[in-house]
Design a protein around this ligand. Structure first.
Ligand SMILES: NC(=O)c1ccc[n+]([C@@H]2O[C@H](COP(=O)([O-])OP(=O)(O)OC[C@H]3O[C@@H](n4cnc5c(N)ncnc54)[C@H](O)[C@@H]3O)[C@@H](O)[C@H]2O)c1
Length: 340
């Protein structure tokens, strides 16, 4: 129980560095190695005085003692790298999305079970105070039956983000806007309301034809398996800066709306016999220069890994839930007419 948990991180970009920082700051953890295909001198990782490897294979073949390996590489590498990590007998922390196909996520789950290792998915928006609040409001039945849910995700992603040399926008490495930009919000939707069925969708590519391999916008509607209907309206075509990511819930006993750039502010709450409590402030978004992505809650992920491995808690976002988000996106994208 007193031993530090030894972590390595694969991929030292925006989010991999955040994993490394959060591990280094946690007194129950030790960062023991980093991996990236780029020259380490260009990565801004000097502060972490740990062995560096150019490939995941070199890390796995080294004689370093490692308990957990975090994957923070482009989406298209998650499945292959995750399989290698589990095969090597380490626990796996995998950035969102877990993989780009349901089949690959299933393989990760089976490998984790076979090797008896944990798979942690990163969906840190669940820790934001408005998310915790809304989950409780729904779980306690305070809203009554859920009639309608509307999710709007309107962000700006233009040529400042989709650079030719980046993995962003590439079909095989990025996978699409629902995987890279909006999977957090699909995760929250699944966490709140469960699975969906009877999906209908309409997609468009307004101004990303020269920037990405996929759509930039969509209207998706469906029924919840547990009752009520919902929709996700999303776009990365918003001019200049993010507009919002919001969720509106119309229930039998009242209505709520959580908005802000990344579902981080309660904008409306009018519910029968209910007084809105004061919520703690949400952490600011992960900074991507002009872009804010999702709440900066990665320290909770690392704390959860420690708690689970020390037997103090269960996994916040487990592999089955990671799989379910991939499954939902896959079923939505099945309705897409391929871009010509
Ligand atoms: N949870 C969140 O809020 C959140 C936010 C942003 C990104 N992400 C996810 O994190 C992952 C990384 O995103 P990012 O924004 O940090 O991207 P990034 O481009 O900033 O970093 C990716 C890093 O991986 C390295 N890399 C590429 N191929 C590699 C390989 N085969 N082996 C080792 N390293 C390799 C790159 O050189 C780069 O340094 C993505 O899956 C993304 O979806 C999660």
């Amino acid at each position: 129980m007193t031993q530090k948990i030894k972590f390595a991180v694969v991929g030292c970009g925006h989010i991999g560095k955040r994993h490394a920082e959060m591990i280094a700051r946690n007194t129950e953890c030790e960062l023991v190695g980093l991996v990236d295909v780029k020259d380490p001198a260009t990565l801004g990782i000097e502060e972490f005085k740990v062995p560096f490897f150019a490939t995941i294979d070199e890390l796995l073949q080294s004689d370093l003692e490692i308990d957990v390996i975090n994957v923070a590489t482009p989406n298209g590498f998650h499945a292959e790298q995750g399989m290698k990590i589990l095969e090597s007998g380490r626990h796996l922390v995998i950035e969102k999305p877990m993989s780009l196909t349901k089949t690959d996520s299933e393989k990760l789950i089976f490998k984790g079970l076979q090797k008896h290792k944990q798979v942690f998915c990163v969906m840190q928006n669940r820790y934001s105070p408005p998310s915790v609040w809304l989950k409780e409001l729904l779980d306690t039945g305070t809203l009554g039956k859920v009639f309608m849910v509307q999710i709007n995700c309107y962000w700006n992603r233009d040529d400042r983000y989709y650079k030719p040399e980046s993995w962003h926008g590439k079909g095989d490495l990025d996978g699409g806007t629902l995987f890279t930009q909006f999977s957090h919000f699909l995760d929250l939707m699944y966490w709140y309301f469960g699975d969906i069925k009877n999906i209908q969708a309409k997609f468009a590519d307004f101004n990303h034809k020269d920037l990405t391999d996929f759509e930039d916008s969509g209207f998706v509607s469906f029924d919840f398996v547990n009752g009520g209907m919902g929709s996700i309206n999303y776009s990365t075509s918003i001019w200049d800066k993010n507009l919002e990511s919001s969720i509106t819930v119309i229930g039998e006993n009242g209505s709520v709306k959580v908005g802000g750039q990344y579902m981080n502010e309660v904008e409306y709450c009018h519910v029968k016999d209910y007084e809105m409590p004061e919520l703690a402030a949400t952490n600011p978004g992960n900074d991507y220069g002009a872009y804010k992505g999702s709440a900066a809650n990665h320290h909770y992920i690392i704390e959860n890994v420690v708690d689970v491995l020390k037997g103090r808690n269960s996994i916040t976002t487990n592999a089955l839930e990671g799989l379910k988000v991939v499954d939902i996106i896959e079923r939505i994208y099945e309705l897409k007419v391929q871009k010509g």
